[in-house]
Design a protein around this ligand. Sequence first.
Ligand SMILES: [Zn+2]
Length: 136
Amino acid sequence: MKWKNVEREFEEIKILFGMKNADVRLVIPKDFKVISGFALGSYWGRVDKTKKIITVKRNRPIQQIRNTIAHELAHLLFPNKPHWWIETFSYKIISIKDDYGRIGRYAKRYGHSPRELPSKKRLIEMAKEAAERLNL
Ligand SMILES: [Zn+2]
């Protein structure tokens, strides 16, 4: 996917989460490393919570890129949630199945169920509430 299109997905998901004017930037992996000191490596995406930047690997199917953007933004919106919750959040938001055709893979791996998270509609509301509360 062209970077310009990744940027468009980023802007759309920011709007979905009520983060239209948030001071959070999407940067290319090379710039992410310069700014944060961390390489993307084999990850699909990364976030630097202090610098408020995210990056994603662009050579992935669009749904995976959308999922990764939602995932990295969720780390900013819900800094205290465990990782399985963040994984399940983004899968529910983007409505994609994981490699095994299920949404619950990550939850199950950590002894949880995707049903522990509320509906997609409620999760979007929670994202908007968090964005407002955290001034994102
Ligand atoms: Zn993560």
